[in-house]
Structures are given as structure tokens and as C-alpha cells.
Design a protein around this ligand. Sequence first.
Ligand code: DAH
Length: 344
Amino acid sequence: MNHNLAEMEAQVLREINEASTDDELQRVRIKYLGRKGEISALLKQIGNLPPEERPEFGAAVNALRAKVTQRIAERKAELETQALEESLRRDTIDVSLPGELFEIGGLHPLTKSLREITSILSSMGFTVYESREAETDEMNFVKLNIPQGHPARDMQETFYLSDTTLLRTHTSPGQIRGMLALEGKLPVRFIVPGRVYRRDQTDASHHPVFFQVEGLAIDVDITFKHLRGVISTLMSRFFGQDVTVRLRPSYFPFTEPSCEVDISCVFCKGQGCSVCSNSGFLEVAGAGMVHPQVLINGGYDPEQVSGFAFGFGLDRLAMLKYGIDDIRLLYGNDKRFLSQFRGL
Ligand code: DAH
């Protein structure tokens, strides 16, 4: 019997050593140690032996089982190490290869421009008031001194949502909403940036959606000089010190007096070129002293306070700053265009 056990041991150990995968090793384990395995069968035979043979045989079979169990565990570890080494050899990383580059996004030129303008104006005490894009006819026109039938409406043909609501044609209604929100408190000093909508034709300088940055300042003794100072500071910090500002008399129903804001042409430095139609100047905003009726509509007393307002075309500013010659590029989502502003 013991001779047979020794033979079996030699046989099992050989099979374990020959197993070259975990599956093969499992098969060997089941063959000998499984419920119907050969070593398990030997253990069951113990009971059939004459009592005096049982202890010795039992001890021998148990020793065999322990040895085989241990050897299988060792072999399993060997196979795992081998597999790991092999995969390390196979999957070595070539550190001399260029890495996989992933694209880093950038900010849209309109976003960049707006952030810069916001930062400049906030350094002068302006906060940001986000008004709404769906407006009432009342706020968009009437409260700004543009009643039904006023010719100023013709220049702002727009998208009506109902008889009384529309997509705002300018950020100016934000002046009224901002004032009402402040409930008469002073000073008033905020900007209203955002999208505006007009049923304009679409061409290199017109788009049915564009951006404006409205500004409003109200306090005791605010004068036209404050308006000029804020606008000149904003323009020279946004475009550079050599840009000059020209205020040209104009008309807006919600300001009195009103002006257009021109800057010296950033391309020809005022010499005259095709971009500025040889005038040396570019129009960038409308502005003026807040009309007394508009102050009243916002809950302020024109006898006590005065204020100035301005409305910049953000697209225009971004186009001039970054040398973009077609407004449609700003809304086309063409990566070839947008990627040029990465990191600028
Ligand atoms: N809302 C005017 C427009 O869209 C621009 C404007 C002009 C805004 C004069 C103002 C202002 O605040 O004072 O054409």
C-alpha cells in the first residue's frame, strides 16, 4: 500500500509540475483532491481496513493530501508570477514614443471679451445684473420712452413670443429691472450683459442674435463727465492706451442728451482704412444721460439724482480686438476658427 502511495505521490507531483495554466492545475486538483478524487477515495477506504492498519495508512494518506495541497498552492503562485512576468515583458511601455495628446478647450472670444469688460468695469464699482431674454413689450419699449407707434421701434423689428412679450431687442430693459430691484437705493452702478435679438438681415456685421453690455450709473450729481471718464477708461484698458474716444451727438428715446461712442480705428490708428470707411473712427456704443422719465419709471426722483447709461455691442468689441471680420464666425461653432483663440 505505502509503495502505491509513494508512486501516486510521484505521479501527482509530476502532473502538478506539468500543469502550465491555472485550468490545468485545477483539473489536477479535482482529479486527486475533489470529492470523487483519487486521494479522497483513499481516505474513504480507511474504514474498510483492518483496525491495526488504519492509523498508519490514515496518517500516510493525510500526509500525502497535505503535501499535494501545498504543492498545488505553490504551483498556482508560480504560474501567477510567470504570467505577470510575461505580461510585463510583452506590455513594456516605450517611453520614447510621443504621448497621446488630448485637446484642451479654450474660451470663446465673446466670453473672453465679456470677462475682460466685466473685470474692468467691476474695478470701477459696477456689479453684474443678469436680466431676462424674454421681455415684455412694456419693459423693452414703453418704460424706455418708446411707446406704441414710436419710430424707434422700426429699427428694432424683433421676434414676438405673444402680443405682449418678445425676445429683447437690447439690454436696456435691464436698466429698468435693475433699478426696480434696487428700490431707490444709491448708488446704482451695474452692467447688464447678455444676448439680444433682432430680425435683422444676416451679413458680415449683422446676426439675429448678438450680445450687448448695458451699463447704468445713478447717484447724486452724476454728470456727463463721469460718462466720458468711465467709457474712456474702459476703452483704453480694453484696447490699449493709444485708443481715443469720440462722443458724437445722437438720439435715443431713453437718454437726454444722447451720443454715439466712437473709438479711433484700431487697425489704422485713425489714419483711415477700409474697416473704418476712411473715417478713422469706429462706432462701438450708444450712451447718454438717463432720461428723467426713465429714472421715474425705475423708481428714482430726477430732482434728486441723475445718471448715465451706455450700451456696447459686445460682438463689435470682440471683433475689433481679435481682428475678426465676420460676425457669423462667432456663432458658427467651427473648431478651426475657435481653436485660434485657445490660450490667447
Ligand atoms: N439700447 C440701444 C440699442 O440697442 C443702445 C444704447 C444707447 C444703450 C444708449 C444705452 C444708451 O444704455 O444710453 O441700440
